[in-house]
Design a protein around this ligand. Sequence first.
Ligand SMILES: *Cc1c(COP(=O)(O)O)cnc(C)c1O
Ligand code: SF4
Length: 347
Amino acid sequence: MHRAMKILRTLDDLARAGLIDGQERARLAPVAQHYAIGVTATMAGLMVPGAADDPLARQFLPDSRELVQVPQELQDPIGDDAHSPVKGVVHRHADRVLLKMLLTCPVYCRFCFRRESVGQAAGALNAAELDAALGYIAGHPEIWEVILTGGDPLMLSARRLADVLTRLAAMAHVKVVRLHSRVPVVAPGLITPAMVTALRRKDVAVYIAIHANHPRELGAEAQRAVAALADAGVPLVSQSVLLRGVNDDVDVLAALMRRFVELRIKPYYLHHPDLAPGTGHFRLPVAEGQSLMAALRRRISGLAMPVYVLDIPGGYGKVVLTPGAVTESAEDLMVRDASGRQHPYSS
Ligand SMILES: *Cc1c(COP(=O)(O)O)cnc(C)c1O
Ligand code: SF4
């Protein structure tokens, strides 16, 4: 990597940091063989040592339940591969593409929907592959927005990021570049003045979707990094995953969403957990997510409300999980309010 950043990457690292004990170290070896480990110093510093139910430990420390797989789980849960015309590009919706330049992240979330592919240095695009990916985007004038994801695009150096933004901005049809990142929260030290400068553009609108799932992730260091981005005029939106044992609680979700708004991050998506292998212990029924959303709506400002979405397995895109979205009903002329009451609606 371009600059030294302390990341715990092995079970030995976790044991030395006191985050797992010797017994767990042995039990977790098969998990570590299959899935990458990454815990930044910032996240390790915010964890409650020894508390297995700590919402940060649950997200980042390996767990032997990851070895339990059920038949409905998928290697490629949201169907990226089915819509990849060229390596590193996913083009499912006409006006926007995902561009995955790298498959490394500062942390490896145990529930990650791309857990079968992230964590492999080999997945990064080389110069020729990046040229081909950018060539595809250049050749498709219907592409209005490019979404950098992967992998975490803020793991790139400021220089490489500025270079790719310049190349995208040079395409007249590309008006917006959105970066999906966990860096400002989990590795805020990477939000250097040079990085902020790279993201402050006049030739293309750059948005950052910041991923965080629990208010305790948003500590003092994250707050400083987020403020630097907001002060530079970079619009910020949030992205969270609804996770059993982490944030499946209306008080936690309310605190998280309010925290985002206080930090000038507009809540955007709350994702229903995907069918990623070995993540059953994080999943909860859609109906439970819907009632949490209803409870949230009764409690918090409209500005603080996220949209609850599900990525349909197989690459069919996202569906907003409004009440009734998952069950057929003939109520198309009745609207349901946040408390579940029905009202007649005529357009
Ligand atoms: C999620 C996703 C997007 C972005 O969707 P928005 O609803 O615009 O945020 C774009 N392309 C693919 C393939 C996606 O999975
Ligand atoms: S940061 Fe995103 S892509 Fe990386 S492991 Fe976490 S959820 Fe997956």
